[in-house]
Design a protein around this ligand. Structure first.
Ligand code: KIV
Length: 294
């Protein structure tokens, strides 16, 4: 059964935790979807994770549309959420609706995600009014990293927690169906989660939330370093490098390929120039160049 927006809201009522992971391409989307994850987020974290940049700020709408399309193509059950990149929604309601529409129409996403709270209220309402489900994103919102002075934990004071709660309530009123809470103390995330009826999905926000999200490449152990809140569920760096080193070794020592990986075809030894001319695009003159072969 396909995961839908009502399913996510029902999950909170039934105290069923939602699972979300990032995906940026078809093969990973297929693997995660078949494993049963509820939501696939095509995050603008792709700027760092697969484009090798130091932040997500230069990721474009075209790039998000492209990657969202790849993920949608590999997904049957999970809800696909396309991230709205920096400056694709901040300037105007029209920008926000047009770019959200592209993620749905061209990327085939089921919903979009936007960073921000009360300051983007009009944009959220505009997108929701266009029939597009919105996931909010509060706390350590990476698109504001220049304002924060880096990837710094947020909501560390009573004042900041009250602002966070006000932003969450505003998103809920504007029609958002879920909110990502990133990089904050457990208490802050718990208090937000208790105040709203839509699910919260935490990343580096502790356990008192309605679901969890991680960057897939981090939790699968593709690199040596990962943030404190990432549990490595696998060590893909070792698995991939071990396999590649074995491949290099076997090729260099002619261990690979064995007969098992080789086409065992009986060669037709008849001298028949017609066959050669019919089955190749060579002309007679080309063949003459290789006289020593014939
Ligand atoms: O871009 C992203 O991957 C995200 C998640 C980390 C929540 O926003």
């Amino acid at each position: 059964m396909k995961v839908t927006v009502p399913y996510c809201i029902e999950a909170k009522k039934n105290e069923k935790k939602l699972t979300m992971l990032t995906a940026y391409d078809y093969p990973m989307a297929r693997l995660l979807d078949e494993a049963g994850v509820d939501i696939l987020l095509v995050g603008d974290s792709l700027g760092m994770v697969i484009q090798g940049k130091s932040d997500p700020l230069s990721v474009s709408v075209d790039e998000m549309v492209y990657h969202t399309r790849l993920v949608s193509r590999g997904t049957k059950r999970a809800l696909v959420v396309g991230d709205m990149p920096f400056m694709s929604f901040q300037v105007s309601i029209q920008d926000a609706v047009v770019n959200a529409g592209r993620l749905i129409k061209e990327g085939r996403a089921n919903a979009v995600k936007l960073e921000g709270g009360r300051e983007i209220s009009k944009q959220v309402k505009g997108i929701v009014n266009a029939g597009i489900p919105v996931m909010g994103h509060l706390g350590l919102t990476p698109q504001s990293l220049n304002q924060f002075g880096g990837f710094v934990v947020q909501a560390k004071s009573e004042f900041a927690i009250k602002n966070l709660i006000a932003d969450a309530i505003s998103l809920e009123r504007d029609g958002a169906f879920a909110i990502v809470l990133e990089g904050m103390p457990e208490e802050a995330a718990r208090r937000v989660t208790e105040r709203i009826n839509i699910p919260t999905i935490g990343i580096g926000a502790g356990k008192y939330v309605d679901g969890q999200v991680l960057v897939t490449y981090d939790m699968l152990g593709f690199s040596d370093w990962a943030p404190k809140f990432v549990k490595k569920y696998a060590d893909f760096k070792s698995v991939i490098q071990g396999a590649v080193q074995q491949y290099i070794d076997e090729v260099q020592n002619t261990v690979f390929p064995t007969d098992e990986y080789t086409y065992q075809v009986k060669i037709d030894r008849r001298e028949d120039p017609d066959v050669v001319e019919k089955t190749t695009e060579f002309k007679r003159t080309d063949i003459d160049d290789f006289d020593d072969l014939f």
